[in-house]
Design a protein around this ligand. Structure first.
Ligand code: ZN
Length: 641
């Protein structure tokens, strides 16, 4: 059974009434909010915004710095060593430090006494919850400021994937990479695993000498010698803690941007991502300087379950982006944009995930427009909107389509639907339209500066929007409109409907082909980008077997090397039961571990006639190549269907 700390409906009501309080100030006739009732509601709001996915007592005592000193043991699939944490008291009489841990073996705990001597400390490990892990409660007394924990991780740690040599491209060396977001930093180290708490960190990793270790920090930069040290001087939330160890090479793009990858894909990756410096310039021009020193990318093995992960200074990327034509590099723009939205200004609670992902999707799209023109930006908006509408229609309950998620979400995974990304983006596009681009750009630039290196809530953003933009332009939008966007389900009517001329042309040709006016090979696809192909494939109705065959023969869709196009095609062939695609679909599922693709493919198969048994068989063979997060989510999906 899962134990969570806050109650649902009441907390939601409180968050809405706090909104009314803040934005009530938009009405000229509004009264002062400095009343006892307002104070009570503000306090209630703080409670409602407490992160329930952590055991940490961060309102009483806060970790400020983490030092890791770890052996990376590939033979046992564990990290083994010492975590030293600095902390400060929020409440002066706090004498207990509560940390998150999951599947960690705690060997010893000590605190530094007045003289800096380490003395053993009493601690308890709480009952284990399947998602949250166990509370590690340490008696720190009233003067200690440091705690030292000897521990080791579990081979089953969900945040760490240990790949044997045969699952790497080079096949000679093992590989390790981490994925801490959302609740998995606690499977790597004992810490306060909530985005509300920010820490700096240092680390020393010992590895087999032939392997390179990297972290989301200033890199060691030294020779391959089996010992690497790292420093992250900017305070980050725990979910940005990241480790990679493997037979990894580096290629520079410019003096402070480069790509890490296995040798086989290094040159192709550097070529695919060569526009990254332009993206950084564009981002900095719009939203202020890049504040993290270097920016590198690492292309991970295919089991990496995401398109990208915005680990600071070192974005993790899926190899499925290497399409050969830079058509999928909006994901680079996305991860880079997180250096402002998410990493610099962070959601303090997973209920506010749109503050990370909606802002980032908006910034990503502005950068794509700046570099590649409005047509491409509009196509990407339109594709995003198609995905959003699908997620809204398929939501398990309407509350999950609100930007501010309800207090009773069961797991942060629920916060990462297209609602946070695309609805959040379209909300900011709406604000941009209402306030004017120049005003809104200046506002956002100052927003990133004002809240730099802080973790904030939706309500903090709304207050800031009110104070800095709305009071100066009171007619730009109404309280009701804002409320609808943030606290109500679905997509408001005031959302932009992006119109792409390129997509209109695609749709017109698609209609001609469906009517039988032209043959498939008569569709003029020579100039189509991946975007146009996705629009064409995603909007197909269920076809006859002859029609699938005609398309497949004309365009060799089955087995295409572009992962996005392949995914869109297989979703259609599953819907229509087109058997000739199954062999290549199986190859795709056996070789790609990116969740965006495989969750929906397995989901569609499980719902299709005869598909579930086939899918379970493929999954049983593909599973060992998937990340533990993906294994869990797909297994849960089969159980639910
Ligand atoms: Zn993101």
């Amino acid at each position: 059974m899962q134990k969570f700390k806050t109650k649902s409906a009441k907390a939601l009501l409180l968050s809405v009434s706090a909104f009314a309080l803040v934005f009530g100030g938009c009405n000229a006739a509004d009264t002062k909010t400095d009343t006892p009732k307002a104070h009570v509601e503000e306090m209630a709001q703080k409670t409602a915004n407490h992160d329930k996915f952590t055991f940490a007592n961060y309102d009483e005592i806060r970790v400020t710095h983490l030092d890791l000193n770890l052996d990376v043991k590939f033979d046992e699939k564990v990290l083994d060593g010492i975590a030293t944490l600095d902390f400060k008291r929020v409440l002066q009489d706090a004498n207990v430090l509560v940390l998150d841990s999951r599947d960690l073996l705690i060997k010893a705990v000590s605190v530094a006494d007045k003289n800096g001597e380490w003395v053993p400390a009493a601690y308890t490990l709480g009952e284990s919850d399947p998602a949250l892990g166990s509370a590690l409660t340490i008696q720190v007394g009233d003067s200690a400021k440091k705690v030292r924990i000897a521990y080791r991780t579990s081979p089953e740690a969900e945040g760490l994937q240990w790949l044997p040599p045969e699952q790497t491209a080079g096949k000679k060396h093992p590989y390790l990479f981490s994925q801490a977001q959302a609740l998995n930093a606690r499977t790597m180290a004992p810490l306060q695993d909530t985005p509300a708490v920010r820490i700096t960190y240092t680390a020393t990793l010992r590895t087999p000498p032939e392997l390179l270790a990297l972290m989301s920090a200033e890199q060691d930069g030294g020779p391959l010698d089996g010992e690497y040290s790292f420093n992250m001087p900017q305070p980050i939330p725990s979910y940005l803690l990241a480790i990679v160890v493997g037979d990894i090479k580096f290629k520079a793009i410019n003096d402070h941007i480069g790509v890490y990858a296995e040798q086989y894909i290094l040159d192709a990756s550097a070529a695919e991502f060569e526009d990254t410096p332009l993206m950084e310039d564009s981002n900095a021009k719009l939203y202020g300087p890049y504040r993290w020193g270097r920016y590198d990318l690492i292309v991970l093995p295919p089991s990496f379950p995401f398109g990208g992960m915005e680990n600071p200074r070192l974005s993790f990327m899926t190899p499925t982006l290497i399409a050969g034509d830079k058509s999928l590099t909006n994901v680079v723009a996305h991860e880079l944009a997180h250096s402002w939205s998410g990493n610099l200004v962070t959601n303090s609670n997973w209920r506010d995930a749109w503050l990370n992902e909606g802002f980032t999707s908006y910034v990503e799209n502005r950068v794509m427009e700046d570099l590649y023109g409005e047509d491409r930006a509009v196509m990407e908006q339109a594709l995003g909107l198609e995905d959003l509408k699908r997620d809204i229609a398929g939501a398990e309950r309407p509350e999950l389509t609100q930007l501010k998620l309800p207090a009773d979400i069961a797991h942060p995974d629920e916060a990462f639907s297209q609602v946070a990304y695309v609805k959040g983006q379209f909300f900011l596009m709406f604000l941009e339209e209402r306030f004017g681009r120049d005003n809104f750009d200046a506002f956002l630039k100052e927003y990133f500066n004002h809240f730099a290196f802080q973790s904030i809530t939706t309500e903090d953003f709304i207050t800031y929007l009110h104070d800095e933009l709305h009071v100066k332009n009171p007619k730009a939008l109404t309280k009701a409109e804002l409320h609808e966007w943030v606290y109500m389900p679905g997509l408001p009517k005031s959302a932009k409907n992006p119109q792409s001329d390129a997509f209109k042309n695609v749709s017109a040709q698609q209609a001609d082909w469906l009517k039988g006016d032209i043959a498939a090979k008569g569709i003029k696809t020579a100039d189509w980008s991946t975007h146009e192909w996705l629009h064409f494939l995603n909007t197909l109705p269920e076809l006859s077997q002859a029609q699938y065959k005609e398309l497949d023969t004309a365009f060799s869709l089955t087995g295409t090397q572009n992962a996005e196009t392949a995914f869109a095609w297989y979703m259609q062939t599953i819907k229509g039961g087109y058997a000739p695609a199954m062999g290549e679909l199986e190859n795709f599922l056996m070789s790609v571990g990116r969740g965006k693709f495989i969750y929906r493919l397995y989901g569609a198969l499980a719902e299709s006639k005869d598909g579930k048994v086939w899918a379970q068989d493929v999954f049983s063979r593909a599973k060992s190549g998937y990340h533990p997060i993906a294994q869990r989510r797909i297994s849960e999906g089969f159980e639910a269907k």
